[in-house]
Design a protein around this ligand. Sequence first.
Ligand code: GLN
Length: 303
Amino acid sequence: MDIQRLLDDIAATVEPLLGEGHVADYIPGLGAVAPGQFGISVAMADGPVYGAGDWQRPFSIQSISKVFSLALVLSREGDAIWRRVFREPSGTPFNSLVQLEAENGIPRNPFINAGALVVTDRLQTLTRDAAGAVTALLRTESGNPAVGVDERVAASEAANGHRNASMAHMLASYGNLENPVDEVLEHYFRQCALEMSCADLALASRFLARNGVASDGTAFLSPSQSKRVNAVMLTCGTYDAAGEFAYRVGLPGKSGVGGGIIAVVPGKCSICVWSPALGPNGNSVAGVAALDEFTTRTGWSVF
Ligand code: GLN
């Protein structure tokens, strides 16, 4: 298959959709991004990296970071985190507070904000620098030492992060945080504010297409852990649109409000798409359409 030609074709196919939806502006630092951009990159499990459009332009990875913080915690201490966070789809927006109180401070899954705060908290306990640990992993796996935090976005999110702060306090009130609320929030905002390109993220996600094997050939996750991270991505990675994403794309995927989405074809490749304008559930409109096109045309899906 001529992957390069396919990606060029997909970029042309989604062109009419570019700018459809809304750029996230509840984090003022994100609102200034030009909505009509689009990039796609595919990293073959054991081979080359392809890309089209703005595939080498860095963007704010936002909630995509949640996959990597979870993988780090699982790699360090296995299943212990599952005592503090469930792994069921929430059916609610990523920043909803409602379920958290009704379910006694145990978040539905690690990919909504409340669950990610618990994971970041645990990573902070384990490393004393959760955001630094996520950054180091992403630098190593992408092969790009320039991956770093956009301080302007991190500060903007901290200044406007009232919902995340209330979630963190709610978690603390149920005894589900080990570190001070402010410390957990700081590391969470910093991991969300990392800037990477589609190429960087396709490469960084490749271990999930390789049964957990990292870029240096060592086992970062066990095959079973890698399978489980992919399973949680499939069921929870795109929030209350996870059913629609599975229907249209048929792959494990994780979105972020910066407009990026990573997706994994186990055994074959990892993919990252990016286009900043979001649909009502916080997922990139053109990004989902591009992944739909990719799996429809290749037949590469988990179904
Ligand atoms: N940093 C964002 C927030 O906490 C991440 C949300 C997202 O990407 N869905 O609101």
